[in-house]
Design a protein around this ligand. Structure first.
Ligand code: PMP
Length: 350
């Protein structure tokens, strides 16, 4: 007997970090920004127009604000419901050759989920022992390339010249640089867009703009790429960007002073916290993101993760090959990081 069960698309979904419900938690497990969004974002709520009507399917007010912020044309920016939505649409739009898409073995764990969902073949390329991406691994024939820069969960940054090297060896396929964390210390590949019509740079409001709850992500690239993505989006759901996101998203990107202030605070806290970790015997790749991926010389990461949770300090632990002795620790406020540093010191020297 045939059953409808035989025809289910079986997928292994992405597991997001825990969102604890209890009070008094220090939440350093999902790379959110510890500071609230710009006050101008809240003010902009008063300008949300008529919710009775459908929003603008092109979200023109928002794409216009993002493109003028970066000095791009409006048709070079695509917006979506967080960069997860943007990346999923990019996979669907560009990775159709039947050849494997290349990405690192240790990276954002949604890439293989989208590949599974859309039935895209892929091949992972091992990071080196310092968790670096080796450009040469991406030279071979493939169906596209994607990597985060800085990489997640390692925080390690690729220099722009290395990104260019990967692009130079992949002129016939799409190369996606996922820059979710670029504002915390890296150089964006955006400047390469005029030279490479196959480059898509993806960024998000969730980290450096303190708006994970609003769900805004965007891609920047040649207008042909953006048009292709919009065609796919309009074949799926025209109204992905809701009116509050369009209005508040515009206000957020217009408050440059606030963005710079909070970004710099996080960088400063990260540098201080990395020094603390080093002094405690942790090792880690130098992070250019809003998190640190660290391993201790004598205490297993899983033990630290569980002990921290008992103290209501949430960090992220991945029970996966090569990284199961690491903790990914989001950079919070100075006070939060101080509390965590004190906790870690006690664990290390009880
Ligand atoms: N890319 C990377 C590398 C990430 O770590 C995340 C955060 N989970 C995302 C994309 C997606 O973020 P968002 O959908 O909130 O923009």
């Amino acid at each position: 007997m045939k059953s409808w069960r035989d025809n289910i698309r079986n997928v292994v979904p992405y597991t997001p970090g825990e969102q604890p419900k209890e009070d008094g938690v220090i939440k350093l497990n999902t790379n959110e920004n510890p500071y609230p969004p710009s006050p101008k974002v809240l003010e902009a709520m008063n300008h949300i127009k008529n919710l009775r009507k459908y929003p603008d399917p092109a979200a023109a007010d928002l794409t216009e604000a993002i493109s003028s912020y970066y000095g791009l044309n409006r048709d070079e920016v695509f917006v979506g419901v967080g960069s997860d939505d943007v990346l999923a649409i990019a996979f669907l739009t560009f990775f159709n050759s039947g050849r494997p898409v290349f990405f690192p073995d240790i990276t954002y764990s949604f890439y293989d989920v989208w590949a599974g969902l859309f039935q895209i073949p892929y091949e992972t390329k091992a990071l080196d022992d310092e968790f670096g991406i080796r450009a040469g691994d991406y030279y071979g024939e493939n169906g596209g390339v994607i990597f985060p820069n800085p990489n997640a969960p390692t925080g390690a940054l690729l220099e722009l010249e290395t990104v260019r090297d990967i692009l130079d060896h992949n002129r016939d396929v799409l190369v996606i640089v996922d820059e979710a964390y670029i504002d915390f210390g890296g150089e964006s590949a955006r400047s390469l867009i005029p030279e490479y019509d196959n480059l898509l740079v993806v960024q998000t409001y969730s980290k450096s703009r303190s708006l994970a709850g609003l769900r805004i992500g965007y891609a920047m690239g040649n207008k042909e790429l953006v048009k292709a993505m919009n065609d796919v989006k309009y074949s799926f759901n025209s109204y992905t960007m809701n009116e509050p996101a369009i209005v508040m998203g515009r206000a957020a990107i217009e408050d440059e002073a606030y963005f710079q202030k909070t970004r710099e605070k996080i960088i400063k806290t990260r540098e201080w916290f990395q020094e603390e970790l080093r002094n405690m015997g942790f090792s880690f790749a130098d992070s250019k993101a809003n998190f640190v991926f660290a391993s201790h010389e004598s205490i297993p990461a899983k033990e630290l993760f569980e002990a921290a949770k008992r103290e209501k300090i949430y960090v992220r632990y991945f029970n996966k090959p090569r990284i199961d002795n690491y903790l990914r620790i989001t950079i919070g406020t100075d006070d939060e990081m101080q509390t965590l540093a004190e906790f870690l010191k006690k664990q290390i020297r009880p």
